[in-house]
Design a protein around this ligand. Sequence first.
Ligand SMILES: [Zn+2]
Ligand SMILES: [Zn+2]
Length: 75
Amino acid sequence: MCDICHMTPCDPRCPNAPEPQEVYTCKLCGEAIRVGDDYYEMDGEFYHEDCFEDNAVKILLDECGAMKGVAKEDG
Ligand SMILES: [Zn+2]
Ligand SMILES: [Zn+2]
């Protein structure tokens, strides 16, 4: 039995509780995406939900060939 939470297995909030299994690695932050985390997948790459949503424009530019420009006069 755990000394801290007195449960077997540990309460998930206990500091002794094992981390959920690492399933993917986030391409943006390099941290693990664990069981129970929300994630996005694109072209075989995985992203935390928060990372993806915070960087959606950058990902489109980097990964999807999106272009940003300043419109100029035609001709
Ligand atoms: Zn515990
Ligand atoms: Zn991330």
